[in-house]
Unconditional design. Sequence first.
Length: 358
Amino acid sequence: MAARRATTREKSMSFMTAGRRVLITGGTGSFGQTMTRRLLDRDVAEVRILSRDEAKQDAMRRTLGDERVRYHVGDVRDRDSVERATRDVDFIFHAAALKQVPSCEFFPLEAVRTNILGSANVVEAAAQNAVGSVVLLSTDKAVYPVNAMGMSKALMEKVAQAHARNNPNSATTVSCVRYGNVMYSRGSVIPLFIEQIKAGRTLTVTDPTMTRFLMSLADSVDLVEHAFHNARPGDVFIRKAPACTIGDLAEAVCQLFDVPFKLDVIGVRHSEKWHETLASREELTQADDFGNFYRVPLDARDLNYALYVSEGELGDGPTEDFNSANAPRLGVPEIMELLMTLPEVRAELALRDPVLAC
């Protein structure tokens, strides 16, 4: 089979990262490992992994076996460890975070320390060390947040925007990306469904009518690269994504693994939404539409609002948010097709029945 020809943007990314040093915070996670492999394919000089889990670092070291990957044991909560890891770095992808909604509900101050103060440490250390670009990873839960995890991520975005607003001459470009559920990432529901099928158990769902965005890990990395290549200070990039109901997702997994479709509805967990929002109608009023992406530019006004009261213009804007209820809805066959693009799903199918994986 012929190798896929690199796109213009991929060639540009390769040129920009060749011979450069890149730091990934939380780099032993799903995103970090995928991004690391992409960077290593592009002749990067060094990829630094900053995380607090030395066991995952050791496993990643043995799996990759590449001397260009350097591992730093540390925590984004600790400014000193962040400052050391950012020295002589050209670019940073900030993925370290507390991501589980229920955990953050029980320990909200831990979400504050990691997702807000830890992100501030990354931004400030990057500026201090003249890092060229920092991309922070956010979530749809940051829009109209009702839980501590979403609130902390919303404030993380504000930290990035405040830096851009207050430091217009900074050598460091700080931007954010926002996306929905990444399929088969740590803590996502798809691997849980597969584990339950393998154990012969009924699939558990909070409520089958809930809707969620679906996005592959590769798409999330593409979004980060898009921001890295195109960001202006304070930008928020949003990847448009299709959505589905949790019930349809569960049925699609059951059909793929050829098991009867049956659900155990366990009820809504702490502070869960029925529908998630990727872009608010207020943001869409100002957003640039790039087809697969939205860019929400920084509101760079200062605190002198009198000027805008006397000279500002009011215009008609969108009347709806971009949420998982009005996004393009995938049916069970389309979800099955999307699931089959995931290497992890194909691997599980191959273990169960090689014929099913074909």
